[in-house]
Design a protein around this ligand. Structure first.
Ligand code: NA7
Length: 543
């Protein structure tokens, strides 16, 4: 970790997750003074913070990594869907290869940033007392970084252990024999519930909205030496092809949906395909099926009906089944992030596990010893797990007091609707950039792919600025208005438009309901970014 005093920089990067580390690595050859400020005690971003029991990647490990051969050629994944511990080891391997930590200030949370027009620089303050002047301010602060804890009466009075999943104690918290409550059934709630069900004396899962989960079909990857050697050889041949392919698919993954539409197939063909995708596991049923699944409600209903039948067959009590896989779901299938599960539905067949459906029986208050629901029941618990999600995508930026040109904060600017150009910059905030932020492919793209695409693009922009002696880069208001219209327009053509999901900011009170990601897909996003560069960055005021 860097301990050198630091007062003046060319580029300050916020965050040492996938995007921040990549940004640092690609900017280094430009000879600029670049540092990362990271709030956590280690690198890895979400893979540092999310250390709750069962925390696991739900994208297959071959895609969920950097495409640089210096990194992957001597890295071996043990599992198809690695747990948090393996992800941490991966980030340490990345650091060993790229020697990044010497330019990273850990335990350094950025609190504020103020644009200084006369100096064409940002003054950035941190909670560790460092104040730095920097020409460029690059936020790589993450998609799901800012924990959201709902205001529930009495929450502060609870005397047991209470933790948000992304603020789980790093020295661990043993759930064995404990009475555990989990509020929330997104990816984190599902994962922690599976672990708790196996060891807690009682687990109560509080579900507000049923959120379809697909079987992960976890598997270990070639553990014996002979297999490892074979795997290594295959990797060297296939990885370069796979990483190229990932730039050609909408979600930045190595696969995409079929060209056919749902009703061009016969019912038998549809059934066969759905069965194959379900057996394949992971996100297959969500992303590899017919092309109209996320745009046509009738097509979407077909997949949901298939998934529901499969899921109901796994749950013994039909009443519980109806809550977990309702006949009339609140959202279309897959417009809210699909979670992957290993035995999530079976845990509700266990005697020690109870589901409380908050739509029928909401939480009234929290007491010293548990949760009281509307029906008057007090669910006594020792450990309360808040798996309640995040102020996603824009939240990690608006959490910082960032004041731009006219004394207006980014929080105020975006409070009535997010405005960015290409999801990398916002007018009135010169020399400030962000990756994996709002209106980029962020929420609907494989993280490392998005980090690399945006990271390369920003590095090229800075190289251009260096060569052309440009001091100041600011998005043009008309360019960002055009981009906003594209983001809204593409979203409106899909079933995502009405999704009650963090994708649309729907989980945070008073957050505008709008698409927070560009969902036009990676190829179109890359094309627009490429055109912008080829046209001499006309969407920006360069001075
Ligand atoms: P998510 O997916 O946003 O899930 C949050 C969960 O918390 C979800 O089930 C919410 O129900 C629930 N929630 C939120 N507020 C409340 C209140 N007030 N009462 C009850 N339940 C509530 O977050 P995760 O951490 O699971 O996953 C985030 C991403 O990380 C995930 O998408 C992957 O990309 C990895 P709701 O559905 O809103 O009714």
């Amino acid at each position: 970790m860097n301990q050198e005093p630091c007062t003046e920089l060319d580029v300050l990067i916020v965050g040492a997750g996938f995007s921040g580390l990549y940004q640092l690595h690609t900017l280094r050859p430009l000879g600029l003074r670049v540092k990362i400020f990271e709030a956590a005690a280690d690198i890895g971003g979400v893979w540092h913070w999310n250390c709750y029991p069962g925390a696991r990647v739900d994208t297959s490990s071959d895609s969920y990594q950097y495409s640089m051969s210096t990194i992957w050629k001597d890295w071996h994944w043990n599992e198809m869907f690695p747990g948090q511990g393996e992800m941490q080891k991966y980030f340490h391997h990345v650091d060993d290869k790229l020697d990044l930590k010497k330019d990273i200030y850990l335990n350094t949370r950025v609190r504020s940033a103020k644009w200084q027009e006369c100096q064409k620089s940002w003054i950035v303050t941190t909670d560790s007392g460092i104040v730095v002047k920097t020409r460029f301010f690059v936020l790589c602060a993450g998609v799901n970084t800012e924990p959201f804890i709902p205001k529930i009466e009495g929450l502060d009075a609870f005397k047991g252990a209470c933790h948000h999943t992304a603020r789980w104690p790093h020295d661990g918290l043993d759930l064995t024999g404990k009475r555990v409550a989990v509020i929330g059934t997104g990816a984190s709630g599902v994962q922690v519930s599976q672990e708790a069900a196996a060891c807690a004396s009682k687990l109560t899962v509080f579900q507000r909205t049923a959120n379809p989960c697909l079987p992960m079909r976890q598997r270990r990857i070639n553990t014996c030496m002979v297999e490892l050697e074979k795997h290594k050889k295959l990797k060297e041949e296939l990885y370069p092809i796979m990483f190229r392919r990932m730039l050609q698919t909408p979600g930045g993954l190595a696969y995409a949906c079929l060209p056919q539409t749902t009703f061009s197939a016969t019912p038998e063909e549809r059934r066969l395909l759905y069965e194959q995708l379900y057996e394949q596991g992971g996100v297959a049923l969500w992303l590899l099926g017919y092309s109209d699944m996320l745009t046509d409600k009738a097509a979407n209903d077909e997949v949901y009906a298939f998934w529901r039948k499969k899921t109901l067959a796994r749950i013994k009590d039909p009443k519980v089944g109806e809550k977990l896989a309702p006949e009339k779901p609140e959202n279309a299938f897959g417009v809210k992030r699909i979670s992957l599960e290993q035995n999530f539905y079976e845990i509700f067949n266990q005697d020690n596990v109870e589901l409380v459906n908050l739509k029928d029986n909401p939480i009234e208050r929290i007491t010293e010893s548990g949760i009281v629901t509307k029906d008057g029941t007090e669910h006594t618990v020792d450990v309360l797990v808040m798996a309640t999600g995040f102020d996603s995508i824009s939240g990690s930026i608006t959490a910082i007091d960032i004041e731009g040109k006219k004394g207006v904060s980014i929080r105020e600017k975006w409070s009535q609707g997010t405005h960015t150009y290409l999801g990398v910059a916002s007018s009135d905030f010169p020399n400030m950039f962000f990756t994996m932020g709002p209106q980029a492919p962020s929420g609907l793209c494989n993280g490392p792919t998005c980090a690399e695409i945006q990271g390369d693009w920003l590095t090229n922009l800075m190289k251009y600025a260096q060569n052309e002696h440009i001091e100041c880069i600011e998005a043009r208001p008309e360019a960002e208005e055009g981009w906003r219209q594209l983001v809204l327009g593409v979203n409106a053509m899909t079933l995502f438009a009405n999704a009650k999901s963090w994708y649309n900011g729907a989980n945070i009170e008073n957050k505008p309901f709008e698409p927070l990601s560009f969902i036009g897909g990676i190829p179109l996003y890359m094309q627009r970014c490429r055109e912008e560069a080829e046209n001499g960055y006309k969407g920006f005021i360069l001075s």
